[in-house]
Design a protein around this ligand. Structure first.
Ligand code: DX5
Ligand code: ZN
Length: 218
């Protein structure tokens, strides 16, 4: 599988959002990564539906929505209506994860599950064949600009083994602290979707930074 780059809009300049959306549209990026935080599941509030609606109006690439909210079932249809292509919920926020995943698919979206840094890959054993994407959090969710947690590499290998053992296919997405230093080793152990917020938008030339990540495989 080719590696995919998903710039995280959380790190964009919100006062120049349309400009930053166009940068991603015209770059080698594959997806828009959209972080929705509720101030309950994570200790931060990012932005909600009206902002996603504004983004979706201009975005010309796959919209990958990462819900860091409690009780995500309440909003599945809303996010489908807003134009989400992939909807990722947190394992830690879903009591009836299987039901949630089926509801996401029934609403016409691809279904993803995100795992916090302390949550082992093994919890996905009985649901992996239902998933389109697993998002391994390489920082504690809630904020951009944090440092990458090295234990992530081990989890990527374990997830890759689980996917192969289960004879299924599923994107392996890494979210948090991704840079040009860890992108290549992450791809080598099996990741195929790299989310990058600060590294892209805080760089001098986001277009060139996206291209660098896209073509990083040595
Ligand atoms: C963290 C978010 C990430 C974040 C990544 O809770 O889920 O998507 O935007 O930002 P960086 O790349 O700056 O760590
Ligand atoms: Zn995210």
């Amino acid at each position: 599988m080719n590696n995919l780059i998903a710039p995280s809009v959380l790190a964009a300049d919100f006062a120049n959002l349309q400009r930053d959306i166009e940068i991603v549209n015209n770059s080698e990026a594959d997806w828009f990564h959209i972080d929705i935080m509720d101030g309950v599941f994570v200790p931060n509030i990012s932005f909600g539906m009206p902002v996603l609606q504004a983004i979706a109006k201009h975005a010309k690439k796959t919209i990958d929505v990462h819900l860091m909210i409690v009780d995500p079932d309440r909003y599945i249809q809303t996010f489908a209506d807003l134009g989400a292509d992939i909807l990722t919920v947190h394992y830690e926020a879903c009591t009836h994860l299987h039901r949630t995943v089926q509801a996401i698919k029934a609403a016409g979206m691809k279904a993803g599950v995100a795992l916090n840094p302390h949550t082992p890959i093994a919890v996905l054993e009985d649901i992996i064949t239902d998933l389109d994407l697993v998002c391994i959090m390489s920082v504690n969710p809630g904020f951009g600009g944090q440092s990458f947690i090295e234990n992530t590499y081990k989890k990527v290998s374990q997830l890759k083994n689980l996917i192969e053992f289960s004879k299924t296919t599923c994107h392996i997405e890494i979210d948090g602290g991704v840079t040009n230093k860890n992108a290549n080793p992450l791809i080598e152990v099996g990741a195929n979707v790299l989310v990058a917020g600060s590294f892209v938008f805080k760089s001098e030339d986001p277009t060139a930074t996206i291209a660098e990540l896209k073509n990083i495989v040595t």
